[in-house]
Design a protein around this ligand. Structure first.
Ligand code: FA5
Length: 336
């Protein structure tokens, strides 16, 4: 029996191994036949011989499978050496797994919360028309607000959207007049970059239109989303602010989740206890009418905030430019 083991050990190729299998382990192989022959033995010898034979077959089988795995690995490695094609289905060797980008994580969290509140999540285009980005949100061509949001123009007259508000018209036309939706997306602005400004960044916008929608609903929705994101009660305060597409319009702040609004020694809110998040307000009647919504019957609110800024706060990132840098060292250092 030692001969069988020795024979197996000397095998160097997969075809030789297949012959070995046929000779010993297949249905007609010697070991299988010997086991089948047990039935002709005397009963008193059968038990002992059967035990030894089964043990041997099991041992040979284990060695056979080990040999098979080793020969397969050797064959694959040899093939890979000759053939530069890479099999991307083979798990990486000695490499750490990738992980989700902070922007993806924060976007998923917000959309999950808003979905649970009944909001549609709409995926918007990055290339939009001048009408969608500006005119449809009450920023006609001679409006000074256009200068504040210069962007990248395409040769076909379209542009890279400067704000998620560019989606409002399309969503109202498609799903209105009664609709609750959020629409996160990448925005672009032609501006000098610094630690807080990028030319490509993410915003998230929310909108609720229907009958009897009020500022109280707006505050409640903002408060609920933020409290869910931070896992604690967050207060929201509105300050008068101007955005051409809302009337009245506000800037809104959240009580700082990192110092619980106390401001004490907090370098996130710089001691104020509040964090500026974005703009909001009741959607301007011109915006509703331009989307075919009767502003006498329906009204609603819209809010927008910087997803990028939210991610920076959440993951203690002090320079926005790191997020687009593709720097693996930075990404690995983030505590998710
Ligand atoms: C707007 O873009 C409005 N559309 C928001 C809005 C929506 C108001 C609905 C009213 C109703 P603003 O330009 O302030 O507003 O931008 C909103 C947020 O986007 C900012 O608070 C900031 O967090 C983020 N943001 C703006 N520009 C940049 C930039 N260059 N880099 C990174 N984040 C930016």
């Amino acid at each position: 029996m030692d001969d069988i083991e020795q024979e197996l050990e000397q095998i160097q190729t997969e075809p030789e191994l297949a012959v070995f299998h046929k000779n010993y382990l297949s249905k007609t192989g010697k070991l299988t036949m010997m086991l089948a022959g047990l039935k002709d033995m005397l009963a008193e010898q059968r038990a002992e011989a059967g035990k030894r034979l089964n043990e041997l077959k099991r041992k040979i089988e284990i060695k056979f499978f080990q040999k098979q795995a080793a020969l397969r690995a050797k064959a694959v490695n040899e093939k890979l050496k000759q053939d530069p094609l890479i099999d991307i289905t083979i798990p990486a060797i000695n490499q750490t797994q990738g992980s989700l980008h902070p922007i993806t994580l924060i976007t998923r969290r917000i959309t999950e919360i808003c979905r649970s509140m009944g909001f549609l999540v709409v995926d918007g285009n990055e290339v939009v028309s001048e009408f969608e980005n500006f005119d449809a949100v009450n920023i006609p061509s001679d409006h000074p607000a256009r200068d504040m949001q210069d962007t990248f123009w395409l040769t076909n007259g379209k542009l890279l959207k400067t704000q998620t508000s560019a989606m409002q018209n399309e969503i109202l036309k498609k799903y209105g007049p009664v609709v609750s939706a959020i629409f996160p997306g990448r925005c672009y602005r032609n501006e000098a970059t610094d630690a807080r400004h990028e030319f490509a960044f993410f915003q998230c916008e929310g909108m609720m239109v229907g009958k009897d929608i009020s500022i109280a609903n707006l505050i409640y929705v903002l408060k609920t989303i933020l409290s869910e994101v931070y896992g604690k009660e967050i207060n929201v305060r509105l300050r008068p602010g101007f955005f051409p597409f809302v009337e009245p319009g506000f800037e809104y702040d959240a009580s700082c989740p990192f110092c619980n609004g106390t401001g004490k020694g907090c370098n996130v809110c710089k001691g104020s206890g509040w964090i500026e998040l974005g703009g909001c307000g009741m959607i301007h009647s011109n915006v509703l009418e331009m989307a075919g919504v009767d502003s006498k019957q329906y009204q609603g609110f819209a809010f927008g905030f910087g997803l990028t800024r939210l991610a920076m706060m959440q993951y203690a990132i002090n320079d926005v430019r790191l997020l687009n840098s593709g720097n693996l060292e930075f990404l690995r250092g983030i505590k998710r």
